[in-house]
Design a protein around this ligand. Sequence first.
Ligand SMILES: [Zn+2]
Length: 290
Amino acid sequence: MMSADVRDDAVFAGTLAELTWHEVERAARSGAVLLWAFGVIEQHGPHLPTGTDVYLPGARLRAVRALLAERGVEALIMPPYYWGVNVVSGAFPASYGVRPELMREVMADLLAGMARDGFRHVFCFSGHGDALHNRTVHDGIRAARERADVDASFVTEPALARRIGLDLDDPCLTLCGPDEPPPDGPPDVHAGHWETSLMMHTHPGLVREETRARLAPTGLGPRELAVWRRGHEHARRVTPDGYFGDPAAADAAEGRRLHADAAGHAADAIALRLRRTAPPTPNPGRRNNG
Ligand SMILES: [Zn+2]
């Protein structure tokens, strides 16, 4: 097994928390955007760590930042938010959540602080599939946009936006990736094939490899998924081991591809929003020389 880069396992690695206030102020003045991930501490089966929904978006944001830099867009990464909303895993140990209204207010206060620093664009990501968590991310963004002068938005796939009941033209959304139906086959939604593949690529040292290889696919269908999504004891009954999908089929090379695709889609979507929301008087250089 490859050893994980210990720097990548530190939640502050590569984030604004490693900068001085002078460096942050300079970045805000030069028009840098912010990237911010919203995860949760939650059980992820017998083979993945409880911080999976924090580690994965952290790795994704570092990749997005590198892709944006190639396009001349400077981005800073906020330290991750990880006290989210937990309905589905709420009856398992090591799965913590806060009330949605608390998370919304914390988000609105912090986003207002970023606006006060002069950051105009904050791109929010979710690392956690729970519907109420994602509605709350959207709610916090909407509250911040009403109260502060900040173009905060939720970078997400159309399928998730639809699942949580949002219109795809919602101004709080930065849609990324293809708009396609879910893949055929049994649902794989939590600590299964895709999520485990990603962790095997980004944080191999945190995957319990011997356990993973022995896990049987859950083989559950859409009906069980609907029960599972009701959460708490329903989810614990449907998936007593805590995963929903096929972790033994996971593969690091596929994780690499999924990771690169997700980062590429997000960087494309961010670049598009920045072009669309560019102020009428942009850089003097660009305007006069154009
Ligand atoms: Zn997860």
